[in-house]
Design a protein around this ligand. Structure first.
Ligand code: ZN
Ligand code: ZN
Ligand code: ZN
Length: 360
């Protein structure tokens, strides 16, 4: 699998005129090799020359974690007293156009630029982006399995008490459940009660959740390299009419977004489909962000479901559809599912009930 991906990367390098590809921290490296670099001051870097063998330059103490793949790449550990930049430079050779991963730490990019004054550095996304954006069958199943974990959590939370608990306490429960459910990492767990939910990326606080409040829970993690991301809404006790009306519009908007996400449709058309519903309900100004983002090995990646992105959806694109309504000092609502585009139509990975769950 990784050999095939490297082969496709080399073909892209050819098209994009890139002589050498450098991948460090971030998802490009595990996508191409199965190995994820530690985000450390010690450099890990895969060097892929267009016409040479790929080499993974890795700190000696991390080398035992690398699963070697003969014929795909060789592992080259460097010792504590060595200069890893010199090793990378040696493998880059006479390359003039270098693609470097978006997540690479600036200190390494700067050191490489100093060591290779004649090279032109470009984003490795020119090579890896078009590959990673289209998920193969195994990747879709990995995303589905991750989605299933957070679905189960969303369902379990419907039976949990919220009133009297702090946002931080519910946050901790979501994180724990993601890890218990087989995620290696919890990436985020937004818990926003009452007026706090009007801030889309609210950080959980010690504020106590009270009866009569909405609670927005948006959480996701990483399972075997692939991300989950779901938002479900809870209400402590029976919701008042204004919340019910806004939520009803939100459900229709989300459905419209999902239904519009067919192969060949521009990403911005999907955004417009969800937005139109909220605008017609008088809530257009309260929907302050794009409709969605791509998801894969990164929690947020291409394709972005946003006005101005005319990219047509192709089978294998995976993205969130997550319209929201944010009313300052009152409440906020969001509903989010991950969708995979398929020739047969949009395939929603999340199956947890989408109604406003009434909790205690
Ligand atoms: Zn977000
Ligand atoms: Zn989310
Ligand atoms: Zn999201």
């Amino acid at each position: 699998m990784h050999a095939a991906r490297l082969e496709r990367a080399r073909a892209r390098m050819d098209e994009a005129g890139i002589d050498a590809l450098l991948c460090s921290v971030g998802p490009d490296l595990p996508y191409l090799t199965g190995y994820e670099a530690m985000p450390l001051e010690r450099l890990t870097m895969l060097v892929v020359p267009r016409d040479g063998d790929a080499v993974l330059v890795v700190p000696r103490l991390e080398a035992p974690r690398v699963e070697e793949q003969p014929g795909v790449f060789t592992v080259e550990p460097w010792d504590e007293t060595e200069d890893p930049i010199a090793r990378v430079v040696a493998h880059v050779g006479p390359a003039r156009s270098i693609g470097i991963g978006d997540h690479t730490w600036a200190r390494f990019v700067l050191a490489l630029q100093d060591a290779l004054p004649d090279a032109r550095f470009r984003s490795a996304t020119a090579v890896t982006g078009p590959l990673r954006v289209v998920k193969d069958a195994a990747e879709i199943e990995a995303l589905r399995a991750a989605a299933h974990v957070v679905d189960e959590i969303a369902i379990a939370m419907r039976a949990q008490p919220f009133a009297g608990r702090t946002e931080r306490d519910v946050h901790r429960e979501l994180v724990e459940r993601m890890l218990d459910g087989g995620h290696q990492r919890a990436n985020f767990a937004i818990v926003a009660g009452g007026p706090n939910a009007a801030s889309p990326h609210h950080e959980p606080t010690d504020r106590v959740i009270s009866p009569g409040e909405v609670v927005l829970c948006d959480f996701g993690g990483t399972r075997h390299g692939y991300c989950s991301d779901i938002t479900r809404m809870f209400h402590v006790g029976e919701p008042p009419a204004d919340v019910c009306d806004a939520y009803a519009a939100l459900v229709v908007a989300q459905e419209a977004g999902v239904a519009a996400a067919t192969v060949g449709t521009a990403c911005e058309t999907v955004d417009a489909a969800a937005r139109r519903v909220l605008t017609e309900a008088g809530l257009g100004d309260a929907f302050v962000h794009r409709t969605g983002h791509g998801i894969g090995m990164d929690a947020h990646e291409d394709p972005y479901v946003v006005e101005g992105n005319a990219t047509p959806i192709v089978a294998g694109h995976a993205f969130s559809i997550e319209p929201g309504v944010y009313l300052t000092n009152r409440f906020g609502l969001r509903l989010e599912d991950i969708v995979v585009a398929a020739e047969a139509g949009p395939d929603r990975l999340n199956r947890a009930p989408r109604d406003l769950a009434v909790v205690g």
